[in-house]
Write a protein that binds this ligand. Sequence first.
Ligand SMILES: [Zn+2]
Length: 345
Amino acid sequence: MPNAIGTKANLVVTIPAYDGSITGGVMLAGHTDVVPVDGQSWSSDPFTAELREDRLYGRGTADMKAFTGVILALLPDFLSSPLATPLHLAWTYDEEVGCHGAVTLLADLDARGIHPDICVVGEPTSMRAVSAHKSSHLYRVSFTGLASHSSNTPNGVNAIEYAARAIAFIRSIADEHRLEGPFDASFEVPHSTVNVGTISGGVAVNTVADRCEFEFEFRAIPGVSPASIFSRIEDYVLEELRTEMRAENAAADVSFAPIGAVPALSAAGTGAALQLVHELTKTTSEETVGYGTEGGLFQLAGIDTVVCGPGSIRQAHTANEYIDLAQISACEDFMRALAVHIMQP
Ligand SMILES: [Zn+2]
C-alpha cells in the first residue's frame, strides 16, 4: 500500500479465516524504518546482523525487526491449518518520524473493509504487556523578523529574541505540569512533559536576526488534552508575541507547522487484547512505557491494542543496538501460542 507519491509503502498481509472472511481478527503491527546511525560509533556494521555472545547486533534488532523476523519465520505455523479469525501483518513506513505510515495504513485498511478486532504492536517491551503510553506531539515554529545592521536595531525585528520568549513560555508550561500535575503514578515520569529540541537562527552577530526556527514536542499523559497544551502555547505566540512583532514591523510573522503526532494509548481502552497477551505470555502484569507507539492511533481507530514485543527499549536507537536471543525465543513462543490460539478448533 504505497503512500500518495509512491515513494514509500506499508506492507500488509491478510491471512483470511477458514470461511474467507478478512475483517476482524488479530493484527500484528510493526514499523520497517529505523533511526539513523550517523555520529554513532559501532563495533560492527550496523546494517549487517551479527551474532555475538547470545545477542544479535544491528540497527533495528531491538526496535523492532526481531519481531517482524520471528513472524515471517513462523508464517508456516499460521498457514498450517485454517484460522478461526483472520490474521493481519501490518508493517508501516515512517514510524520514527511521526507515525505517518500508520495513518495511511488505517485509511487503506478501512477502504478495503478490514477492521481488526485486536492489535499487538511489537515494540520492545521485553515481551511484557504494555497497555498505556503518553501521547506525543511535535511542532516546528518559524519566526520571521526583519534584518537590519545591528547599529540600528529599531530598524529591524529580532526573530531570535521573540523565539527565546516563546521558549521561556514553553518551559513555564513544562514546569507547571511537573509541579502541579495532573499526575499518573504508573509512568516513570508521572506527568506530561514539554521539550524544545532544536533551534537555529541568525546569520551574523552584527545583524538583527530576521529568522529563527525551533522545534518542540510535548508528551501528555492519558486524560490530559493535548489540544489544551498546544492552544496555550499557540495563543501566547500568536496573540502576544506576533502582535508585538507586528507593532515593530507589519511584515513580521510567526507560523506553526505540525511535524507529527501520536495519540496516547489508554489502559482504559484495552480489554480483549490485554487478555490475549496475558494468555499467550502466561503473565498477568500490565505496564506503561514512556515512549509513544502506533498503538495510540490504532486504539483511536477502535482497535483494541496492546504493545508487546521482544527486546528492550534501552537498546533502541543506541550504538551497538542488540537483542538477546532469549528475547527472540520468547517471541517465538508467543507466536506459536498465537497460531494455536487462532486456529479453527
Ligand atoms: Zn520502534
